[in-house]
Ligand binder design. Sequence first.
Ligand code: HSE
Length: 335
Amino acid sequence: MFSRTSYGLRVNVNTLPPSIVSVFAPATVANVGSAFDVLGFALESPGDTVTARRTESNNIIVTKITGDEGRLPLDAEKNTAGVSIRALLRHLASTDPNRYPSVGFELELTKGLPIGSGLGSSSASTVAAVVAANELLGCPLTRAELLPFAMEGERIACGAAHADNVAPCLLGGFALIRSYDPLDVISLPSPASVWVAVVSPHLELKTFDARRVLRRNVSLEAAVAQWGNVAALVAGIYQDDVALMGRSLEDRIIEPERAELVPGYLTAKAAALQAGAAGCSLSGSGPSLFALCASEELARAVSVTIVKSFGALGITATGYTSRVNATGAVVIKRS
Ligand code: HSE
């Protein structure tokens, strides 16, 4: 019997798909400074875990959510994980109506990511859920093929099916969205020299609101500066050049508008650069920040500096340090 793995290879397997799987999906940094909506990368941790069980009921049921302080909907029609799996099942049924005559899932979600933090919280839950469902169905789709269904979760979460969190969360490393229509996603290398300091101030900023403030028109001058930076950022990733990546984070279009939404952001960014970070920007739509650093030691020091900077304003914050995670979501248990 042949089956496809989640990476699209065909391998000889003699086992049936598992009936229960647990999948860990990591935090992601979207935009990466200058590359609004078109670039993101995965962190090693923190992240969310989904444990899914296949049932014969035709229903998707979210049985339990922990770590969300009761804020996420258990109703699978409103939950990003449920919505994405429903979209996946619809697609599979449309391509082969007889293959999955009766299939449902029970999902248990453990949130390790703060909600509304700019670390791709909704993406991590969604990706963990679709990867788990795909595994339970015997991996009919590759990771890349799961992307449009995970994007449906983003549509529910923030009103826009952007892919710069879900793509790196699914695929690992840096993911570049060259085009949304048609969807064209390119996996970039994971630069080995880069360490990332990420700090999440204990504030909440909904992506929906942080998108609403953005103006619709940009000047040609700003656009020229922006695409120069995006191109140089990609060059920096390929060359594993932390300094080039750092200075290419410069964002002339989005950051000036969003900086005002995060109290203390510009001061914290200045402190991070002063402490030796190669570059610093908002993570996704904020309020979290990320800073690119040339060593683990420096990333830890920069993280502490940013936390202190927020602390001086009376804002508590949690700091993380990580390398770029080349793997993305992983199956951590199957039975
Ligand atoms: N590209 C999205 C935005 C990411 O900035 O709105 C949200 O995490």
